[in-house]
Design a protein around this ligand. Structure first.
Ligand SMILES: Cc1cc2nc3c(=O)[nH]c(=O)nc-3n(C[C@H](O)[C@H](O)[C@H](O)COP(=O)(O)OP(=O)(O)OC[C@H]3O[C@@H](n4cnc5c(N)ncnc54)[C@H](O)[C@@H]3O)c2cc1C
Length: 406
């Protein structure tokens, strides 16, 4: 198999690289400091606008909807090149382009596509994901937030319930929301999918304070929230199919943006080893870096393959979970290696060292990637059953109406 770019891909890469060199540096985030959430969100919007104006937003979306109609391979090439810069690509941008837009493109109406896709690509609309609940995380289909039709004949829906871990819900414009509309059928069948304006009366976000000092995610309470039927994505009771499209986008997008290993190689090459050389002269260090770089490259190729399947209309199914599973574990390993390479400086960075504080933060944060977007254990179950064809878990609640579950 030839892993090198074809001549067309090489030309595309050169074009992307030249554009990024001219536009990305002005948007890079400062190193070694944690920005206020609102500041980071504003920078994310500005970078999205720059991408849109330059013709680099929504590469795989049709031109008529503001995208470029390119293939998954080109999207991966652009992500690789973009990953050379430290850009504000937080979840507020990934949830919009990687989760909300694929579900609207695939399950929405023409009117919904026209209403949401281009404004999102421009950075005018940002999104949060209102899926998880206090007793529905890995088992998302157990969710209890419910929607019933308003009794005034308007066709509107009235939503009540609570979501949790809603990243950036306090700063985003719209949410993708899954709720139960029919509790009399088994749990996966009674769900319906909506988009909701986060300014709708009855939505209250309460930020959760994290150990890092940040408050990226929230508890979101929905009390008598009125949602017009025009904001329903897909048919009533077909919400689970929409959720699968969202989760596939989330998993396929894992790690698409930034190389974890290359900055470490650069840092090792600059770190004195105390014997007149650098850390990169140490064979064990070189081997560890080479192994993780090989893992990363392998994943990038696999990711390109799956994205190409998606851009051809094929469904990679549970294979998308392999990307997320491999990425989360590797990221934790790479960052742990980075901390080891810094030695004592990893615990107490020297004044003026802007690399290590980012590394410390990313190292602590790497743990959450093993939970967010599907926990390791749950993804392993799915891969075992649906990719490897191993026997399924015992699921007592599969065919039981939700309102009869104990
Ligand atoms: C940083 C971060 C951001 C997030 N952002 C969002 C967001 O924006 N919107 C949103 O809706 N949600 C968000 N989440 C929530 C995330 O989707 C859930 O945390 C995740 O699905 C796991 O659910 P849970 O936390 O309820 O854990 P649980 O489902 O309670 O799992 C707890 C543990 O049990 C294990 N486990 C559960 N079921 C099984 C099983 N069948 N077999 C084996 N082991 C099992 C899990 O692997 C895990 O280790 C975010 C989470 C994190 C960490």
């Amino acid at each position: 198999m030839d892993f090198n770019d074809t001549p067309q891909e090489a030309a595309f890469r050169a074009e992307a690289r030249a554009w990024l060199a001219a536009h990305a540096p002005a948007h890079e985030m400062p190193r070694g400091v944690r920005l206020d959430d609102a500041d980071e969100a504003a920078r994310g919007r500005a970078w999205m606008r720059e991408l849109y104006d330059g013709g680099w937003a929504g590469l795989t979306f049709p031109k008529a909807l503001g995208g470029r109609g390119l293939s998954g391979i080109e999207a991966v090439i652009f992500a690789e090149e973009e990953g050379r810069y430290y850009l504000p690509k937080g979840p507020f941008t990934a949830i919009g382009t990687g989760m909300a837009l694929p579900v609207i493109a695939r399950h929405g109406t023409d009117e919904q596509r026209a209403r949401f896709i281009e404004p999102t690509l421009k950075g005018d609309l940002t999104w949060c994901q209102l899926f998880s609940e206090p007793s529905a995380g890995s088992d998302l289909a157990a969710l209890r937030t419910k929607a019933v039709r308003a009794d005034d004949g308007s066709g509107d829906w009235i939503v009540n319930g609570q979501k949790v871990w809603s990243s950036w819900a306090h700063l985003t414009d719209w949410g993708i929301l899954v709720v139960r509309t029919d509790p009399s059928v088994p749990k996966h069948k009674g769900l319906t999918f909506f988009v909701v304006d986060m300014k709708t009366p009855g939505i209250e976000t309460r930020p959760i304070r994290q150990i890092s000092g940040m408050s990226e995610f929230n508890e979101t309470f929905l009390t008598d929230v009125r949602i017009p039927d025009a904001n329903r994505i897909g048919a009533e009771g077909e919400g689970w199919a929409c959720c699968m499209t969202v989760l596939m986008g989330e998993r396929l997008g894992s790690g698409a943006h930034r190389s974890g290993v290359e900055p470490l190689i650069e840092a090792a090459a600059k770190t004195p080893d105390g014997h007149g050389g650098t850390m990169l002269d140490d064979r064990a260090v070189r081997q560890a870096l080479a192994e993780t770089l090989a893992d990363e490259r392998g994943q990038n190729h696999f990711q390109a393959r799956l994205r190409t399947m998606v851009s051809k209309g094929e469904n990679p199914g549970a294979m998308a979970g392999m990307i997320k599973l491999a990425y989360a574990g590797r990221q934790q390993k790479i960052l742990g290696l980075g901390m080891e390479l810094r030695g004592l400086d990893a615990i107490a960075p020297l004044p003026g060292d802007s690399f290590t504080p980012d590394l410390q933060y990313d190292y602590i944060y790497s743990v959450v990637m093993r939970i967010a977007g599907g926990a390791d254990e749950v993804l392993r179950n799915q891969i075992a059953e649906r990719v490897l064809g191993m026997p399924g878990d015992v699921r007592m609640d599969k065919d039981v109406p939700f309102d009869q579950l104990k």
